[in-house]
Design a protein around this ligand. Structure first.
Ligand code: ZN
Length: 938
């Protein structure tokens, strides 16, 4: 739809703009391109591009044409449509088909296969450059590897390498499946880069190798596209959109951009490519705010990253902004959205490894249908939306977008592509500077490891549970961080460390090692951050990590570690029984499932066998299971001792409850993280939704139901997607084969409703165990399953973006804490709900938050006194059953490994959780004068 057919109050302004633009293009942009002027353009494309752009000002001279080629196929030749066609989204196989067809016809393209997704779709990187650069790729790859790890390189050698090397500029599109534009646009960009002979494109081709990751979440792309065609294609007004598809990838949704430990195959494949090819620039394409936001790394910034980076980001962003504004395109801005604090965004793999990260948010419609978009937010009573109002002029947004707009896929394509071409233009003008910076940042990173403490991190080799140590070591290795293992005891300022300890030196990615392992000191409590404020790996995994200020740590004799897999051991084949020592390994969970047909008991108290202390929680296993046990404990890194007699301590069977996980349809992500962990740890469960819940009869099917944290509130857990509009089927059909994966429903609207709540209540009354996690723990209190519990929310002043805090174990003998030896545990803060119990239920609280600033171990919590003495874990008897409420999230992403066991302990010992709970409350002592006002008083 062209602008001239549409009435608008901005018509006059736009008409003037059209005239000005036309004039400007003739004088400024056509002149230098004499060779380009002779190139034949594709008239059909020109016509489409013009017709699908809703306002002239939403286009630019860089994208209003496309060369005609008889040699290589255009997107239309392969897909049957030009890019930006209304109501058209391409599926991943077609996208790949296009790139392969392109690569088959030109020497300017090479496709690198990088692996496959969870659902088996191949992942690739498409490299595009001039013929000679593509022919020279391997040498270039080796050069970039040397610049990215310049140990042993002299300055002259570096200069020489830089002069002979082209930077790779790697672009990612479609990490977020609802952000549908980039995977379309990138095909056109690829074709343009291969075929166009304008000076701008020729220069890019000569001086830059452009890498394209066509769709960073291929599984999600197809699932979203099917959903779009089935349910969303008729969306024309953003005030009444149809909700999105329940799943993108197999497990996680939007969090594929928070996957700090690379659980997803697609990001892991990307990381492997990154470490092999070391692109100095990585650019991630997203859609949300209008019309184009180019990230420049606003505060808070991680101070461990190289200062050069924070000069580079706005350097390119400001150029893009000036270029697009010059072309007459409104609404291009930088600064003021997303910060540079957390290292967990996928594209941050570049900054984490001394590269340069770029990111756009463009304006997407969640599909390819042209829509009326309301840009100015509508303020409700008491709301001040000024900060989120992108139509307001700010110093960093000098030319804001209009308040409403008719917006098309082509408009979005024009913005993204014009900006990317501008960023590539800049890169092609300064390729040597980009490489110099890359080299210098890499050099500085290594140098910093020798001049700034900590010089290394020591992970002691004598930790009771080495399997969690292995998790940390292998995740660091995955990111290219070098680790050595000591062959003898070493003595440092911080103490003695036994042989077999790990030394994480700061080579070659010292900044990343430091960022991941250190305690996060948030720079300014008045600042907000876009995601988690803390991630300290040692605290998250309950692994001891010691930063050392002792330079001699760098001289310690070590063997390089590729992967660390502690091998388990088992005693002699003839024994009365075996004890698998419980030191908190999460592999104990996997062991239980591998021995599902074996009689496994849990020792409720510590005992001795000879001189060996065997902790409470250890598994006691019958002698006849020796072979099965051996086959399991050895690869799992656990220790099974041979016992000369069955211990005489209280024991109970390690239960294998019939387990269900409840998921809403509208918020499957946090459930997805639990599913991911359960699948990795070989835990069987049934995933149930509203239809199963409403049907009732839950107690006859399940012993335990877990309700993970999900939705925005308890109300949204119960009512989920509103019953508005038409039914929304998520079922597999011949036409839509990706639908119905991981669950299916003829209509995903409506939630469990009060009927579902009542079925959950009956389940508990009849003896079931209901386990709620994080924010979902507000449901039992607010919906009457545990009517004695009051739920409140902290004040508006409270702010806790995922800090790591101390929690106090109140019932250390309770089965929930098997495998834990401390009564103060680090946990990730995970709730917006606070529970209050009547005094008589004081003895049902298993763990609590002490409150106060001293509680905060890493990251930011403002108002820590508001949570003083609030329950962290509560088990309440209800009828014949119980409700176990975690105000923590014991499985937060694939990250807080130290907390996982609390949930597994609850499963294996669900029948015995109340053994030391309940009973009469204890009246508190009067505080003594000394205790009255501790230093950290609230
Ligand atoms: Zn996004």
């Amino acid at each position: 739809m062209s602008y001239s057919e549409k009435p608008s109050r901005n018509r006059t302004r736009s008409m003037i703009k059209i005239m000005l633009c036309a004039l400007a293009f003739v004088t400024l942009f056509s002149m230098p391109s004499t060779g380009f002027a002779q190139q034949t353009m594709d008239p059909v494309f020109t016509e489409h591009q013009k017709a699908w752009t809703t306002k002239h000002e939403f286009s630019s001279p860089l994208v209003d044409h496309l060369p005609a080629s008889t040699a290589v196929p255009s997107p239309r030749d392969v897909l049957g449509h030009d890019i930006g066609a209304p109501r058209v989204l391409d599926r991943y196989a077609d996208i790949l088909k296009y790139y392969r067809a392109l690569a088959a016809k030109t020497k300017r393209v090479k496709i690198i296969e990088t692996g496959a997704t969870e659902e088996g779709r191949p992942t690739v990187i498409v490299l595009i450059s001039a013929d000679e650069n593509i022919a020279n790729l391997e040498i270039n790859r080796q050069n970039l590897a040397k610049l990215g790890d310049p140990r042993g390189l002299t300055e002259d050698q570096a200069k020489d390498l830089i002069a002979r090397t082209k930077p790779i500029y790697l672009i990612l599109g479609g990490l977020h499946s609802a952000e549908t534009g980039p995977p379309e646009m990138l095909m056109e960009l690829a074709y343009r880069l291969v075929t166009e002979d304008s000076p701008l494109i020729t220069n890019i081709r000569q001086n830059v190798i452009v890498g394209i990751n066509p769709t960073t979440d291929p599984d999600g792309r197809d699932r979203y596209t099917d959903w779009y065609y089935r349910n969303k294609i008729d969306d024309t007004d953003d005030l009444d959109p149809v909700p999105g598809v329940p799943y993108w990838g197999k497990y996680i949704f939007h969090d594929n951009n928070r996957d700090i430990n690379y659980s997803g195959f697609s990001s892991r494949n990307l990381l492997a490519f990154y470490l092999q090819w070391r692109p100095p620039i990585m650019h991630d394409l997203h859609e949300s705010v209008p019309f184009l936001y180019t990230f420049s790394g606003q505060a808070p910034q991680n101070p461990s990253l190289d200062p050069i980076l924070f000069g580079e980001m706005p350097w390119i962003s400001n150029f893009e902004m000036a270029q697009l504004t010059k072309y007459g395109m409104p609404g291009v801005w930088t600064h003021g959205f997303v910060d540079a604090w957390s290292p967990g965004y996928v594209g941050f793999m570049s900054t984490n490894h001394n590269g340069l990260f770029k990111m756009y948010e463009t304006f997407g419609n969640g599909g390819a249908t042209t829509e009326l978009r309301h840009i100015k937010p509508v303020e409700g009573p008491g709301e001040d939306l000024h900060a989120s109002d992108q139509t307001v002029r700010e110093w960093f947004r000098p030319n804001p977008p209009d308040k409403t707009v008719e917006w098309s896929m082509r408009d979005n394509t024009n913005y993204m592509e014009t900006a990317l071409l501008s960023a590539l233009q800049m890169t092609s003008e300064f390729p040597q500077q980009i490489l110099e910076n890359f080299y210098q940042k890499s050099f500085n990173s290594i140098a910093a490891g020798r001049t700034e403490a900590p010089y290394a991190f020591i992970i002691p080799g004598d930790q009771a549970d080495m399997t969690k140590v292995a998790l940390v070591i292998n995740l660091l290795r995955l990111q290219g961080i070098e680790i050595g293992r000591t062959s003898a005891e070493i003595t440092l300022k911080e103490g003695k460390f036994p042989a077999g300890s790990f030394v994480v030196k700061r080579d070659p990615y010292g900044r990343l090692a430091k960022i991941l392992l250190e305690k996060q000191k948030f720079p300014d409590s008045k600042l907000k951050t876009y995601d988690d404020s803390a991630w300290s790996m040692g605290m998250m995994a309950h692994v001891k990590v010691v930063p050392t200020a002792d330079l001699t740590a760098l001289d310690a004799a070590v063997q390089p570690v590729d992967q660390y897999r502690p091998e388990g051991t088992i005693g002699a084949a003839s024994a009365a029984a075996y004890a698998v020592l419980d030191h908190g390994s999460i592999n104990m969970a996997t062991l239980r499932y591998r021995l599902r047909n074996v009689f496994v008991r849990i020792a409720e108290q510590p005992f001795k066998s000879g001189d060996q202390e065997i902790p409470a929680g250890s598994f006691v296993i019958e002698a006849k299971a020796y072979e099965k046990l051996k086959a399991a404990v050895v690869p799992l890194g656990l220790t099974a001792l041979a016992l000369d007699k069955v211990p005489n301590v209280p024991m109970h069977e390690a239960a294998l409850p019939r387990l269900a996980i409840y998921s809403t349809w509208g918020s499957t992500q946090n459930v997805g993280w639990i599913r991911y962990a359960f699948d990795r740890l070989e835990t069987p469960y049934e995933l149930i939704f509203k239809d199963e819940l409403r049907k009732g009869g839950l107690r006859s099917k399940y012993d335990v139901i877990i309700v993970p944290s999900q939705g925005r509130s308890a109300k949204s857990v119960v009512f989920d997607i509103p019953m508005r509009g038409k039914p929304l089927p998520y079922t597999k059909t011949a036409e839509f084969p990706t639908q119905g994966a991981y669950g299916s429903s003829a209509d995903i609207r409506g939630g469990m409703g009060l009927v579902g709540v009542e079925e959950l209540r009956k389940f508990v009354m009849d003896g079931g165990t209901l386990i709620t996690l994080g924010d979902s723990s507000a449901v039992p209190g607010e919906f009457g399953i545990t009517p004695d519990i009051e739920v409140s929310r902290p004040t508006k002043a409270f702010y806790a973006p995922g800090p790591i805090v101390n929690a106090k174990v109140l019932k250390p003998a309770n089965p929930i804490f098997y495998g834990y030896t401390d009564t103060t545990l680090t946990v990730r803060w995970a709730t917006t709900a606070l529970l209050a119990l009547p005094f008589r239920n004081q003895n049902d609280v298993l763990m609590s938050f002490p409150g106060g600033d001293k509680m905060v171990q890493s990251g930011l919590m403002v108002g820590a006194c508001e949570v003083k003495n609030r329950p962290a874990i509560v088990d309440l008897p209800v009828g014949s059953g119980q409700v176990l409420m975690f105000m923590t999230n014991p499985i937060h992403r694939w990250q807080n490994f130290g907390e996982f066991r609390m949930l597994y302990n609850a499963l294996f010992s669900y029948k015995g959780l109340r053994k030391d709970l309940g009973g009469p409350p204890v009246m508190p002592d009067e505080p003594t004068a000394a205790e009255d006002k501790p230093a950290d008083a609230c």
